[in-house]
Write a protein that binds this ligand. Structure first.
Ligand code: GKR
Ligand code: MG
Length: 414
């Protein structure tokens, strides 16, 4: 079962003007889809799908990897990881290597599942849950994009710039998808305004688990203040401040667990966080941790050190969502509802049957493999959009500066 090709397709899909601590989402988000072609199956060619970052450097590295993995057995993901690391060489960091390998690994697992007639969860030790809960991902946002292309006309979500707007957005998310926990992307407005938004959510949705994630926009002092103000209100407080040492200072006084996808981002970053008791919950992300099997290993690491586990997300489409759902279903201690940007982006999905949340959760796809099928026409359309856009990288700050030329992304801001 040898790999005979890796077809790499960059694409661009519509993204609303979502605000964060470094700026605002551009009208188009970039992503890459790979099709890993495997020869030797009795049924003919098998194609495994993978999805990951659409940044130019990731695409360039995938191109380098492509030639090196042709001829390898699709079942030898350990050997393929070594090849990826060797081909990318010492100038590429382990984290950058994992971002590339994760895309290939997911495609290998999809192909393996198709060859064996089993879902990817079975290749990860089997499902320990058959539905995976997700959290509504609430964002402050503008009503419309200020700049072309795609700019001008308001989207269906409308403006959300104050507590009432955030509550209205949560209502719509829950009506559409049934989510049972809520995460607010913070770090945009003054912390008092964001505290007010969380309090408004607590009043509107009593008992619903709530999280806020300002992506390191707050100083240690501000983080401690917000933790005090939201004691008893938050399920967890995510990355209030930058650096593991600063998180540890906040953790000493915070009554709620601290969560992170910014200071524990790789195996190398775990020891300091454990030594300082800086965080209580790690947000996994198979795109950063080197694929689905390494994410399962992260589960074991978290278990070892008594850390909880949740899941981070970035703008993504359905192939990634399938992979996220399989690994969450196969990781026993991934017990919190996972993050997902999918409701913001699903209209542009490249899979033939987009996912539908039921009560805020997804049933684990039955497979084989990831259990999703690529829509080739849609892929070609989104690839054309990528090429026409001329874009090669995400630039939230530069886009914000079109509106506010003096915008300063320096953190902490408050
Ligand atoms: O989509 O703006 C965004 C988020 O801020 C994303 O970039 C973060 O990586 O969702 C992420 C997070 O939890 O930090
Ligand atoms: Mg986060």
């Amino acid at each position: 079962m040898k790999i005979s090709d890796l077809v790499i397709t960059p694409l661009a899909f519509a993204d609303p003007p979502l605000l964060n601590s470094t700026g605002v989402h551009e009208p188009l988000a970039l992503r890459t889809v790979v099709q890993l072609v495997v020869d030797g199956a009795s049924a003919g060619e098998v194609v495994g799908l993978g999805e990951g970052s659409g940044e130019r450097d990731v695409l360039d590295r995938l191109e380098l990897v492509r030639a090196a993995i042709i001829g390898q057995s699709v079942f030898d993901t350990g050997a393929i990881e070594l090849i990826v690391n060797a081909v990318l060489g010492p100038d590429v960091t382990p984290i950058q290597k994992r971002a590339v390998f994760s895309i290939v690994e997911v495609a290998c697992l999809d192909a393996q599942g198709k060859l064996l007639g089993v879902p990817v969860t079975d290749l990860l030790g089997g499902a320990v849950r058959h539905t995976v809960p997700y959290s509504a991902y609430l964002f402050y946002k503008w009503a419309a994009h200020p700049a072309a292309p795609g700019g001008g006309s308001p989207d269906q979500w409308g403006e959300a710039l104050d507590p009432a707007g955030i509550v209205a957005q949560a209502c719509r998310m829950i009506d559409l998808h049934g989510f049972r926990s809520l995460k607010l992307k913070g770090g945009v407005f003054h912390p008092e305004d964001e505290i007010a938004a969380i309090r408004a959510l607590a009043v509107a949705f009593p008992g619903m688990p709530l999280r806020i994630d300002p992506n390191g926009a707050w100083s240690v002092k501000t983080s401690k203040y917000v933790a005090g103000e939201l004691a008893g209100v938050l399920e967890y407080l995510e990355d209030p401040t930058l650096t593991t040492a600063a998180m540890a200072e906040v953790a000493q006084v915070a009554s709620m667990p601290l969560a992170t996808n910014m200071c524990v981002i790789s195996p190398e970053t775990v020891p300091e966080a454990v030594r300082l008791d800086a965080v209580q919950i790690v947000l996994s992300d198979h795109h950063y941790w080197g694929g689905l099997r390494h994410t399962r290993e992260l589960g074991a690491i978290c278990d070892t050190f008594g850390l909880g586990m949740s899941m981070h997300s970035n703008s993504h489409l359905g192939i990634s969502l399938a992979a996220m759902t399989h690994v969450a279903a196969a990781t026993p201690n991934l017990a919190y509802a996972c993050d997902t940007h999918y409701p913001w982006n699903s209209a542009d999905d490249v899979i033939t049957t987009p996912f539908a949340f039921v009560d805020g959760a997804l049933a684990v796809p039955a497979g084989p493999g990831l259990g999703v099928e690529l829509d080739q026409d849609r892929l070609a359309e989104l690839n054309k959009r990528y090429v026409d856009s001329g874009r090669t990288t995400r630039a939230d700050t530069a886009y914000m500066r079109l509106v506010d030329p003096l915008y300063d992304p320096m953190l902490p801001r408050f």
